[in-house]
Ligand binder design. Sequence first.
Ligand SMILES: Nc1ncnc2c1ncn2[C@@H]1O[C@H](COP(=O)(O)OP(=O)(O)OP(=O)(O)O)[C@@H](O)[C@H]1O
Length: 507
Amino acid sequence: MTAPLLSLRAISKSYGQIHANQGIDLDVAPQSIHAVLGENGAGKSTLMKLIYGVEQPDDGTVVWEGEPLSLASPAEARRKGIGMVFQHFLLFDTLTVVENIQLVVPGRKADLMERIRTFGRDFGLEVDPLAHVHALSVGERQRVEIIRCLMIKPRLLILDEPTSVLPPQSVDKLFDTLRRLRDGGVSILFISHKLEEIRAICDRATILRGGRVTGHVDPREHNAHDLARMMIGRDMPEPMPALPQSGGEKRLEIIGLAYRPDDPFAVPLSNISLTVRAGEILGIAGISGNGQSELAALISGEAVLPREQRDRIYMMGKDVGTLDAAARRQLGFAFVPEDRLGRGAVPEMSLVLNSLLTAHPLGLLRHGLVDKAKAKAFTNECIRQYDVRTPGPDAEAGALSGGNLQKFIVGREIMLSPKLLFVAQPTWGVDVGAASAVRRRLVTLRNEGMAILVISEELEELFELCDSIQVLHHGTLSPPLVTRDTRPEEIGRYMIGAHPSRGKALA
Ligand SMILES: Nc1ncnc2c1ncn2[C@@H]1O[C@H](COP(=O)(O)OP(=O)(O)OP(=O)(O)O)[C@@H](O)[C@H]1O
């Protein structure tokens, strides 16, 4: 075998009592696409941070291109030719795309802008170099991260769940890009929970469980079911069957909504109509950046309609367009935002305090003071029911692995027993076992009569969950399509604006 590009031996890293990585051995071959897979909290991100110099191992050795390597910082890693795209974006919101890139890539602004456009065209990573990052969707932000990384011409590129926010078309394009990079001499470490993707693109895979390596395999020689079992140590649960629909009362109704946000980079919405009834899951499909954040803000109450726009958004039969988020929650509305660290949770605060953010009406406050025992009990229950892997309720939200924090936020909102639940990207970054548990839970709640609205870029997820699907494209919403009568390609055509016949659309 040719000498590995990167070789790890007996690498360990602990955070206090948590052994995030223990005695890890890993060889990355030149010109390979190497998957690292494992459940939420298995230690994947920690290992990548060690390789990229964000953190230093407590123990073990790293050999890079035949030489011992000890990295003090990511800047040093980049100089050595190691680049990384993180699961949580590291961009400055108030700067433009090109200014963010200029922070790590030397060069004149005009040249960089041209290169950004070229990357966009060549790799399907289109983004306006002069757009401010705060105005970009999650998907677009990720594109900036990927472009920024490719610009340093890495020898090893680490991608932490790169496809989680990309639409199917861009995933294919990204994979073409990655294959081209590999053929050109770059190795890629690829973290993903999507086992089919790993099988499609990776030539090796290392499986982690509880901070240790449990196996090295060629993923092409195993089916997704086998890989899932190696990863979670048991078989995957079956999807929960949806009971026939009851045609319950309208819990959310949006009627002919048009809205132009103040922000010049935001997507104006027009002709938005939808209805979610009790006992029904409606999914909104679409490529991010087509108005999802704007629509989500209007539904959640983070943005409110001007006074003259009456009779546009109804919740539980009440016109809520001009009401703020707190007033909507009082009506029985709960919301899981897509941006879990920015809006879903406060990273520096404990899980108990994060519970209070939205669950305080459940009697967690007494005379305006926190009822510590109750708040803790609520948090423990959420941790237990949603299998949140954490040392306990006093852990800081920011110390949880990405998928575990997502499980916590989804659990917290469901435990409010809302009449109407709105979830953006319900299983983003959640491992296959936990994702399936979250979906089963949503279907159970629907069967029990909850009205649920889901925004997701994952068509498979929408097909598994939803009774009907509408597609958001350029700020307008397609008519609802009954999921069981619709093929994914039809949704795909709406996603790119090529409208199919309206035959199967509901009135
Ligand atoms: N800064 C930190 N402080 C304390 N604990 C941490 C810190 N970073 C990670 N951990 C813990 O280390 C363990 C491994 O976390 P890591 O983020 O590496 O998992 P992961 O496999 O990447 O998970 P996911 O798929 O959810 O992203 C988890 O138990 C996590 O809570």
